[in-house]
Design a binder for this molecule. Structure first.
Ligand SMILES: Nc1nc2c(ncn2[C@@H]2O[C@H](COP(=O)(O)OP(=O)(O)OP(=O)(O)O)[C@@H](O)[C@H]2O)c(=O)[nH]1
Length: 384
């Protein structure tokens, strides 16, 4: 069940707003071309934009004005059949949408598809990412008691590949991050704190899904995360779950002050994993609203969460969207782990395609295959 654009999209006063829902294939012919004004987070004209993601940059650089000299109206970075509306707002949609994946990536100037061969040889251009999105050393875990990897430096093959600029298409692809969890736990607040550095005290329920794209520079290589915010309300679960597929990272959020939301985390993770290949996703368990707890209460909540994180084979983090505590460090860790896996997978893909000779024969491998996080992952519950 998915909402139709005209049914869900409402003005601030609750009046239906005509027009298509960006990202909806049914309205594809009516959608404006993705916009890129050179100062956007996608960078220059050669960058790919998901269809319908009207991009006016991150607000730091000059914006293009219309013919009346007006500033463009602020756009949601990735609006996909969803809208945050005041509590109690209803969703009446009933159609299915395919999440816009890489298949719909377009050249942001011409709107034409970039042929695969050409895309792989493109070097990202445009402005560099902001300083706090530059990751040069491997970001540390929150606690060694529940972490996905204890190493504090990049994998040797990844460092070498980055130094030689041999990271294939990694810099041009997006890694998908899906954030799930009960309603009101603070998923949207966490994403907005990181992507926009804002915090809103008012609760507005997410309907369906929404996404943001964040550009990083990891070990000197451009890298982007597509961060999907999903609705926690049960009645929107069927919409949100359609977007779980193809995730490289699953973030299960719970409210540190509400133990029930921690108990529900396991179910959220199961639902998200069901839509993905086994072992394909990094899993994080994130306790939100850390500012509301202190001392013994905080320690107790964290101890319970660490226990569950180990059962879920997840990395644990406590954060506060209100104060911003640990938010940047957390997403840097997510980006570094996702980047490292992407580079290793790319190396592996390229080495196996080199081994493939005409007629499908495969030459026996002489050296070691590049190690992937999956192949290194222990089978026990703790992955540290
Ligand atoms: N004190 C405090 N409040 C927070 C924090 N994060 C979120 N909140 C508040 O918690 C409420 C819910 O936050 P949201 O981000 O809308 O929650 P959500 O998980 O996205 O909710 P759904 O969209 O319904 O799934 C809002 O009133 C926020 O202001 C935090 O770190 N500290």
């Amino acid at each position: 069940m998915v909402t139709s654009g005209s049914q869900v999209r409402k003005s601030l006063h609750g009046q239906p707003r005509p027009g298509p829902t960006p990202g909806c294939p049914d309205h594809a012919h009516q959608l404006p071309r993705p916009r890129c004004h050179g100062d956007c987070r996608f960078g220059s004209a050669s960058r790919s934009l998901p269809r319908g993601s009207g991009c006016y940059g991150d607000g730091r650089a000059g914006r293009r004005r219309d013919s009346f000299g007006r500033e463009p109206r602020p756009q949601r970075t990735g609006f996909v059949g969803s809208r945050r509306v005041p509590r109690g707002a209803r969703c009446h949609g009933d159609r299915g949408l395919d999440p816009p994946g890489l298949g719909s990536a377009r050249n942001c100037v011409s709107g034409r598809r970039i042929p695969g061969r050409m895309r792989s040889s493109l070097t990202p251009l445009g402005p560099s990412v902001s300083r706090d999105r530059v990751i040069s050393s491997f970001p540390k875990w929150y606690t060694p008691a529940a972490c996905l990897q204890l190493r504090e430096h990049f994998h040797g093959q990844v460092s070498t590949a980055c130094q030689r600029g041999n990271t294939g298409t990694v810099g041009l692809r997006l890694s998908k991050v899906v954030v799930v969890g009960d309603l009101y736990v603070g998923k949207t607040s966490l994403i907005h704190r990181f992507c926009k550095n804002v915090f809103d005290h008012d609760y507005k329920a997410t309907i369906g899904v929404d996404f943001e794209i964040e550009r990083f520079e990891v070990a000197g290589t451009p890298f982007s995360l597509q961060i999907w915010d999903t609705a926690g309300q049960e009645k929107f679960k069927c919409i949100a779950s359609a977007y779980y597929r193809g995730a490289q990272v699953i973030i299960t959020a719970f409210d540190l002050t509400d133990v029930q939301t921690l108990e529900h985390s396991r179910q959220w993770l199961e639902d998200a994993l069901r839509e993905n290949e086994p072992g394909a996703c990094f899993v994080f368990l994130v306790g939100t609203k850390k500012d509301l707890l202190s001392g013994a209460a905080c320690e107790q909540a964290e101890a319970e969460a660490v226990r569950l994180a180990n059962e879920m084979r997840a990395e644990y983090w406590s954060v506060s969207a209100k104060t911003g505590e640990n938010v940047k460090a957390f997403f840097s860790r997510v980006a570094a782990l996702a980047f490292e896996r992407s580079v290793l997978q790319d190396l592996e893909r390229r080495s196996s395609s080199l081994l493939q000779v005409g007629g499908g024969d495969v030459i026996r491998m002489e050296g070691r295959r590049p190690e992937t996080p999956d192949s290194r992952r222990p089978s026990g519950p703790s992955c540290c």
